[in-house]
Design a protein around this ligand. Structure first.
Ligand code: CP
Ligand code: NVA
Length: 306
């Protein structure tokens, strides 16, 4: 087997690799739409560890593996020894001897790094408290399919400086766009990821300032998984940060709206914004499937050179 490559963050790939992944995702989407069967991962098995809930991530990885000719196994900490304290490093050593890749959705980003450091097979970040890189692959694919290259464009992030916002900062660097973040004081993204964006990011308290002239506007829930206790207090703190059609009217006339979903209508996004023609959130959700199939093809198929 050649050197193992992990996908814990967008920084694990070069800008060229990311661009070709997005292109490949659209090709795989086209194959699927034409009903062409393409099964390069026959008999390959993906393990999926979920320490948090999921609809899209689980379904897109599981369906994606099946469509590529392989299988996916869902592993819940409730039913495995992970939930009873077996060390991450031991779990990684054992699981990676039986699987061809492992996807992990967890809390601390350090858990992913620890698992990857002890894994013989590629490890994929299916969301951590810090980052959600698979989502950004789908987001970039969606923008590209609707509006072409994002290079040199402006993206507005409205709301919480959370895992999605951190990942947008990395995307700003890797896909070469400007990112304008509007967040309340105390809800800024992680300084470490901001610094990776090398000056492409600005932060304001005013959502209208952030959306002015933007080509892509995005937001996410105000309380992420693990922050359920803060949900009510956050609603008060994020007042004025709801994305609405009136706010979108300040963006570039070509602007599209993205939301990784699930959405809380009436909180971070209005009902009419979700239904607005500028909203492409369901194309975005579908693209999780195609983008991750391109990722699996790259990481798993190419781990076994012909
Ligand atoms: N966007 C996203 O990751 O959705 P799930 O939590 O349903 O996987
Ligand atoms: N920021 C959200 C994203 C869910 C896909 C969370 O972490 O819960």
């Amino acid at each position: 087997m050649s050197t193992v490559r992990h996908f814990l963050s967008l920084m694990d790939m070069t800008p060229d690799e990311l661009r070709s992944l997005i292109r490949r995702a659209s090709e795989l989407k086209d194959l699927r739409q034409r009903g062409v069967l393409y099964e390069p991962l026959k008999n390959r098995v993906l393990g999926m560890i979920f320490e948090k809930a999921s609809t899209r991530t689980r379904l897109s990885f599981e369906a994606g593996m099946i469509q590529l000719g392989g299988q996916a196994i869902f592993l819940s900490p409730r039913d495995t020894q992970l939930g009873r304290g077996e060390p991450i490093a031991d779990s990684a050593r054992v699981m990676s001897r039986m699987l061809d890749a492992v996807m992990i959705r967890t809390f601390a980003h350090a858990t992913l790094k620890n698992f990857a450091a002890n894994s013989q097979v590629p490890v994929i970040n299916g969301l951590s408290d810090d980052l959600h890189p698979c989502q950004l692959l789908a987001d970039m694919q969606t923008f590209h399919e609707h509006r072409g290259s994002i290079q040199g464009k402006t993206v507005a992030w409205i709301g919480d400086g959370n895992n999605m916002c951190n990942t947008f900062a990395q995307a700003a660097e890797q896909f070469d766009f400007q990112l304008k973040i509007a967040c309340p004081e105390g809800f800024e993204p992680n300084a470490f990821y901001l610094q990776q964006a090398k000056g492409r990011v600005t932060i304001t308290r005013d959502p209208l300032e952030a959306v002015a002239g933007a080509h892509l506007v995005s937001t996410d829930v105000w309380a992420s998984m693990g922050q359920e206790d803060e949900a009510e207090a956050r609603i008060a703190k994020f007042k004025g940060f709801q994305v609405t059609p009136a706010m979108m009217d300040k963006a570039d006339p070509s602007a599209v709206f993205l939301h990784c979903l699930p959405a809380h209508r009436g909180e971070e996004v209005s009902v009419d914004m979700m239904n607005d023609p500028r909203s492409v959130v369901f194309d975005q959700a579908e693209n999780r499937l195609h983008a991750q199939k391109a990722l699996l093809e790259m990481l798993v198929e190419h781990a076994y050179p012909a």
